[in-house]
Design a binder for this molecule. Structure first.
Ligand SMILES: Nc1ncnc2c1ncn2[C@@H]1O[C@H](COP(=O)(O)OP(=O)(O)OP(=O)(O)O)[C@@H](O)[C@H]1O
Length: 260
């Protein structure tokens, strides 16, 4: 974990300024400004309904698939506006992968789940695909468990394995950012520990933003923590600072269970 004694050396990967988000008339994110550093883990915490998931989805514009929404302000990836910078949304979703609360593998084989993205992006050669699938399964710490049953259905895996498969599926297209929306909330403590360990390894090459309701998890895995309340950013800092000396009373009350 990054500490107050260590100066930040990683550049800003995702930058947000004066961002508002509306579902129809309903404003759910209000005037957000924050920076997310490359190859760090940033945790988003806050009470239910404060807009954490909505915020996460804005980074790969995935909400555009389902609802009439309006985003204003600036959101940038590597200095290019995600909404107005001419970024192709399919390419954006390749660069910014996402893993959801409930593991959602396709009803296909383990192999086909991981090969799906690369195929979509035009990889046809079998040996190349095999290599990508193995690499992604190794990075998601699943290879040894599944290498002898790649043709079996993904739906027969345990919940924890399915979630690591979803991570492998996201990694197979070589993303730069991984968004994780409560990725362990449906998992037991052992499966959760595996995912947390994995997060620590993946951040060597990836920028990770994780929404979690589990404060111990935020403290364990993240370098930075942002506390949201009613669609506003109350405070963001190094996780060590947020959990030891938060600046805002509201953050302290939330962390100590006095509200939320
Ligand atoms: N598709 C939608 N249409 C309209 N309102 C929505 C939609 N999705 C979410 N909302 C509303 O937006 C607000 C923020 O929801 P969001 O799911 O982002 O919060 P959250 O902090 O992630 O909550 P939780 O911790 O319970 O998952 C809530 O008031 C929610 O009711």
């Amino acid at each position: 974990m990054l500490s107050p004694q260590t100066p930040e050396t990683k550049p800003v990967k995702l930058s947000v300024r004066n961002m508002d988000f509306r579902y129809g008339e309903k404003k759910v994110l209000d005037g957000l400004s924050l920076d997310i550093h490359a190859e760090r883990v940033t945790a988003i915490i806050g009470p239910s309904g404060c807009g954490k998931s909505t915020f996460l989805k804005c980074f790969n514009r995935i909400h555009e698939v389902s609802s009439a929404v309006k985003v204003s302000g600036d959101m940038q990836i590597d200095g290019v506006d995600i909404y107005r910078g001419g970024i192709d949304e399919v390419d954006l979703r390749r660069r910014v992968g996402m893993v959801f609360q409930k593991p959602n593998p396709f009803p296909k084989s383990i192999y086909e789940n991981v090969a799906f993205g690369p195929r979509l992006f035009g990889v046809k050669d079998r040996a190349t695909l095999d290599g990508i699938v193995e690499d992604a399964l190794r990075k998601s710490a699943l290879w040894d468990e599944v290498k002898d049953r790649l043709k079996e259905s993904a739906t027969g895996m345990s919940g924890g394995q399915q979630q690591r498969l979803c991570i492998a599926r996201a990694l197979a297209v070589n993303p730069e950012v991984l968004l994780m929306d409560e990725p362990c909330s449906a998992l037991d403590p052992i499966a959760t520990a595996k995912i947390e360990e994995l997060i620590g390894e993946l951040k060597e090459n990836l920028t990770i933003v994780i929404v979690t309701h589990n404060m111990q998890q935020a403290a364990r895995v993240s370098d930075y923590t942002a506390f949201f309340w009613l669609g506003k950013l109350i405070e963001m800092d190094l996780t060590e600072r947020i959990f030891t000396t938060p600046r805002e009373r509201m953050t302290e009350d939330y962390l100590t269970g006095r509200f939320g």
